[in-house]
Design a protein around this ligand. Structure first.
Ligand code: CAA
Length: 382
């Protein structure tokens, strides 16, 4: 079970203040304009928050996964796109954390940890979404280089990232065992960012295509060995899904906090609507669901940290449960605000739009259920 230490609590309080001070005042505007906020990136850099996924010897904070989770949750209470900056700095870097050699860690981590370099994770393709093994992007070795050809889509941080971890097939005849993982820096010849999507939510976070046309990268950018890419991707997602669960938690808690305060101020029938049992019961159900989700998410983080064999299952359960809770809770928050919930003057409609993606990305909640079911059944199958 988890226990928050004094360090966790201090970190949470520091991030809570930063979120109120620097992020909350910008959240509605950057959503409306779909603007990547470099001023907020700077605030997160100054607070050393990009360093969370990295060991101290490479410039990181050397903190545990629970700290990473707590930070994402706090930021997402006011702005889901901002919390996602930290989540995806983890997602894009975890393949190097998991499979990188010493030279690669020394080469990439210091600038990722300082936030000078933003990371992204390139797995999804037009024909390989839930079926990640359907990767068509090809990597062919020529001497000391690999030549990459293909396309990735729906990539968070496309256009702002300078370090992309990319999965490509080095041997299509071998299926998942022919997939390899690479680091592609944004200035490599033959690499470019394609279309940036217009989205329902997380609008301040760019999502777009990566295009590889005879993109040349040094062989020293291969992570692990050829053929290990699919496992690296799966291990990365195990580690990063609680980050999306934390994003969902933050969005949901932010919506409850706003709706509860609003209910005490909104007068109908001559009294605050918070006096009405119908509203009270909704708030009670919302808070209970989020509290239950938080227990699961924090537990998943601790199991992952320990390398527990139940960690894959807990990671998937946490992501699926917390994101389903976030969708229900934000929808109820809009309901409590009534007509005011449906207009952009109040943040709950943004929270409801932002919550939706947490049920879809880093593996749809249907994929999470597949992962959980396989984990249960594997104990009994021969
Ligand atoms: N850890 C280690 N190895 C794993 C693993 C894990 N968690 N899961 C699977 N593997 C291994 C298996 O053991 C197997 O190895 P062997 O062949 O040696 O036995 C191999 O990988 C293939 O596994 P499966 O047979 O289970 O593969 P599958 O094709 O049935 O796929 C899947 C399984 C769970 C559906 C997987 O494709 C999946 O997770 N899909 C969802 C992809 C996803 O989450 N995409 C998100 C993109 S990132 C994103 O969304 C980020 C963002 O924008 C912020």
């Amino acid at each position: 079970m988890y226990q928050l230490t004094e360090d966790h609590i201090m970190l949470r309080n520091m991030v809570r203040d930063l979120a109120q001070d620097k992020v909350a005042p910008r959240a509605a505007e950057i959503d409306e304009k779909a603007e990547w906020p470099w001023d907020i990136v700077e605030a997160l850099r100054s607070a050393d928050l990009f360093g969370l996924p990295f060991p101290e010897q490479y410039g990181g904070t050397g903190t545990d996964l629970l700290s990473f989770i707590i930070v994402i949750e706090e930021l997402c209470k006011v702005c889901a796109s901002t919390g996602l900056m930290i989540a995806v700095q983890g997602l894009g870097s975890f393949p190097i954390v998991i499979a990188g050699n010493e030279e690669q860690k020394q080469r990439f981590f210091p600038k990722l940890a300082s936030g000078e370099h933003i990371a992204a994770f390139g797995l999804t393709e037009p024909g390989a979404g839930s079926d990640a093994a359907g990767t068509k992007t090809r990597a062919v070795r020529h001497g000391d280089e690999y030549l990459l050809n293909g396309q990735k889509n729906f990539i968070t941080h496309a256009s702002v990232a300078s370090i992309y971890t990319v999965f490509a097939s080095t041997d299509p005849s071998k299926g998942t065992k022919g997939i390899s993982a690479f680091v592609v820096e944004s200035d490599r010849p033959g690499f470019k960012v394609g279309k940036i999507e217009h989205k329902m939510g997380i609008r301040a976070s760019p999502t777009g295509e990566l295009l590889f046309e005879d993109c040349r990268i040094p062989a020293s950018n291969l992570l692990g060995k050829e053929g290990e890419g699919f496992k690296i991707a799966m291990q990365t997602l195990d580690k990063s899904r609680p980050g999306i669960a934390a994003q969902a938690l933050g969005i949901a808690q932010g919506a409850i906090d706003f709706a509860a305060k609003y209910a005490t101020e909104r007068i109908q029938f001559g009294q605050p609507i918070s006096n009405l049992q119908g509203i009270q019961f909704m708030l009670a159900d919302m808070e209970t669901q989020v509290a239950a989700a938080r227990e699961l998410v924090y537990k998943a983080a601790v199991l992952l940290q320990k390398g527990d064999r139940e960690a894959t299952k807990y990671s998937a359960m946490a992501k699926m449960f917390a994101s389903d809770v976030a969708m229900r809770v934000t929808t109820d928050a809009v309901q409590i605000l009534g007509g005011y919930g449906y207009i952009k003057e109040y943040p709950v409609e943004r929270m409801m739009r932002d919550a939706k993606i947490t049920q879809i990305y880093e593996g749809t909640n249907q994929v999470q259920r597949v992962v959980v079911a396989r984990a249960i059944l594997s104990k009994y199958e021969r």
